[in-house]
Design a binder for this molecule. Structure first.
Ligand code: NAP
Length: 319
């Protein structure tokens, strides 16, 4: 890479969406660079087990990411371990600025920066992540078959995932800080009708307690009376919101009320040649297989976009 090198495609983010985009872009013969500041794999790399990616009945999150990475490297995808700090849309080309001041130029950019589950920031949360604390019911619910779990939150995700967990586990405590759920009416009705869900309103979790083998209990505080108590549980599913990593999304690109990028069916944003994929993009569900599918869609669409642009530039040059 040199400072003035022009790429066909820059991919920002090395999770399943970004790496899948990289594989398809290389196979489409696009001159591509992928920028990833952390460990390739994104959120999946820190997921203990994955049991819903087709082809793998069970695979460690890190191992699955390793396979994505090896697959991308097989096609000689250039991967830059650098931090991207801005995307600058342009008429002639788009550019991505790196923290070290380098400016990379390309015809197309795929933003695949993912998102981050909001945390409670309470004692025990980080310590027991992956061994009792989870931010994904479909990823980890199965490990709590016939056990008692707690779900924290009162939005659609908490309600939906409490219902999902109630089909797998023995009992679900649904703990919400207020006495009315934010989630949709229909989900509320289903939650109220599910005997395996016990709702605890007006309550916050103040600590997650356990030992080396996992979570054993959580400490609760009633927000009205101030009363404190512990309840036994082996799993704590925290759904208090998810924040898309949208700091690299340039102004002028439409996002929804919660910061997810709105795209068309090609994953293209309002700015031609700039695509958003994976957990950054507004869609029905956030799953690894969908992130990979987004990467595929965006790379194929980017290939078409780049080809069209190059043809137009050739025609222009020919007068
Ligand atoms: P959300 O709607 O932002 O809800 C977050 C929940 O967590 C709220 O109930 C909030 O309580 C609670 N909370 C936030 N910070 C907390 C804290 N520090 N301690 C305790 N509780 C805390 O997030 P979401 O449920 O992930 O949904 C995000 C978006 O995706 C929403 O627009 C939702 O409609 C959408 N979604 C839709 C579906 C669907 O349609 N099937 C499924 C999932 C998500 P308060 O209510 O008191 O603020």
């Amino acid at each position: 890479m040199s400072k003035n090198e022009m790429y066909d495609l820059i991919i920002v983010g090395g999770g399943p969406a970004g790496l899948s985009a990289g594989i398809y872009a290389m196979r489409a013969a696009l001159k591509t660079v992928l920028i990833e500041s952390g460990v390739p794999g994104g959120q999946v790399a820190i997921t203990k087990e994955v049991e819903n990616y087709p082809g793998f009945i069970e695979i460690g999150g890190f191992d699955l990411c390793e396979k994505f990475l090896l697959h991308a490297k097989h096609y000689e995808l250039e991967i830059l371990e650098k931090e991207a700090v801005a995307t600058d849309p342009g008429i002639e080309y788009h550019s991505v600025r790196l923290a070290d001041g380098t400016l990379l130029k390309a015809h197309a950019v795929i933003l695949a920066a993912g998102g981050t589950a909001r945390k409670l920031n309470i004692p025990g949360e980080n310590e027991h992540f992956g061994s009792g604390v989870s931010y994904c019911a479909t990823c980890d619910g199965f490990f709590f078959r016939d056990k008692i779990v707690a779900v924290v939150g009162g939005g659609d995700t908490a309600l939906e995932d409490a219902l999902y967990l109630s089909k797998i586990t023995r009992k679900v405590y649904l703990i919400h800080r207020r006495e009315a759920f934010r989630g949709s009416r229909i989900l509320q009705q289903r939650v109220f009708a599910e005997p395996r869900i016990e709702i605890i309103y007006n309550t916050v979790v103040t600590a997650i307690n356990g030992d080396d083998s996992g979570v054993r209990a959580i400490s609760l505080k009633d927000t009205q009376s101030g009363a404190q108590r512990d309840i036994d549980t082996e799993g704590v599913f925290i759904f208090v919101g998810f924040t898309p990593n949208n700091t690299l999304v340039p102004a002028g690109i439409k996002t929804n009320g919660t910061g997810y990028v709105i795209t068309d069916e090609k994953c293209e944003t309002d700015i031609p040649g700039i695509f958003a994929v994976g957990d950054l993009r507004q869609k029905y569900a956030n799953q690894i297989v969908l992130a990979a599918a987004d990467g595929c869609t965006a790379a194929l669409a980017a290939a078409h976009y780049v080809e069209t642009r190059k043809d137009a530039q050739t025609c222009q040059a020919a007068g």
